[in-house]
Design a protein around this ligand. Structure first.
Ligand code: GDP
Ligand code: MG
Length: 253
């Protein structure tokens, strides 16, 4: 067992999963991986099981198969709970579609020493997006600006999904009470981390659009994010009930 683990949610990522596992393990950073698959019709989970049976990566690779597709948020919550059952010190979120370059993992490991949440950010100096349509760029950047303004937080990339939590953060946030199912989940996790007084840092990443497979972004997910930002703000007091809550603390750059 290693000190840190990367949680990779998958839904129909058969074309990407082998490559992403290979890339992460080739770095030899001493990280385990947990793939959380929502019973993908393309049987991504069978591929992972096959690699585990071969012991290609010893005991470093783990798999959690869920019954049905319930959105990214639910998949991550199930994954986090699994990880907290073991003594991991930090837990990393990463997409399966190679949009998140594993080369940044070492930056997360370095920065999580002095922070509680490290966010891979497209919108700080040195970060960026490659190959996205203007529409996706607009939604992502506009979404971050909107959420930042309503929630009164200072982090620049509010919706990104490449990040690293210290286990204490995931033990503190009441995972049962997370209200967001889709990508709003990323916003909610950031907000609840910040209002509980944890140290947050953004590090630059360049995000590249997927080459293989399909995005699961939908209108429904987008609208959920718009509405949930307001709901999150209204629930602020509730989210602060934890003993570590210090009030209006904002994420530091
Ligand atoms: N387990 C699971 N994974 C999901 C679900 N929705 C998306 N994902 C995974 O989450 C990651 C990001 O999703 P993606 O569709 O690439 O989002 P985009 O990059 O914003 O277009 C990918 O690894 C997906 O396979 C879901 O409902 N369940
Ligand atoms: Mg993607």
């Amino acid at each position: 067992m290693n000190r840190g683990i990367v949680v990779i949610p998958t839904y129909n990522e058969i074309e990407n999963i082998t490559v992403i596992l290979e890339k992460v393990f080739a770095l030899n950073l001493g990280l385990d991986i947990l793939v959380v698959d929502d019973n993908s019709p393309d049987k991504t989970y069978e591929k992972v099981q096959e690699i585990m049976d071969e012991k290609r990566y010893g005991n470093q690779l783990n798999l959690l198969v869920r019954e049905a597709k319930e959105g990214l948020g639910k998949a991550y919550i199930a994954g986090f709970k699994w990880c907290l059952g073991y003594p991991y010190e930090f837990i990393i979120e990463m997409d399966a579609d190679l949009s998140h370059d594993p080369k940044y993992l070492s930056t997360f490991i370095e920065n999580i020493k002095n922070n509680d949440l490290v966010i891979g950010s497209r919108y700080v100096e040195g970060g960026g997006v490659v190959n996205w349509s203007w529409f996706r760029k607009f939604i992502s950047f506009g979404g971050s600006t909107y959420a930042r303004t309503i929630l009164g937080i200072s982090i620049k990339d509010v919706t990104g999904g490449f990040k690293c939590f210290r286990r204490e953060v995931l033990e503190t946030i009441d995972l049962e009470s997370i209200i967001s199912a889709g990508y709003a989940f990323q916003i909610e996790m950031n907000y609840r981390t910040i209002i509980n007084g944890f140290r947050v840092k953004e590090v630059p990443i360049v995000f590249e659009d997927r080459v293989a497979g399909k995005s699961k972004m939908s209108k429904k997910i987008f609208i959920e994010a718009l509405l949930n930002v307001v709901t999150l703000r209204l629930h602020k007091k509730e989210f602060m009930k934890d003993k570590k809550a210090v009030g209006d603390t904002q994420g530091q750059q």
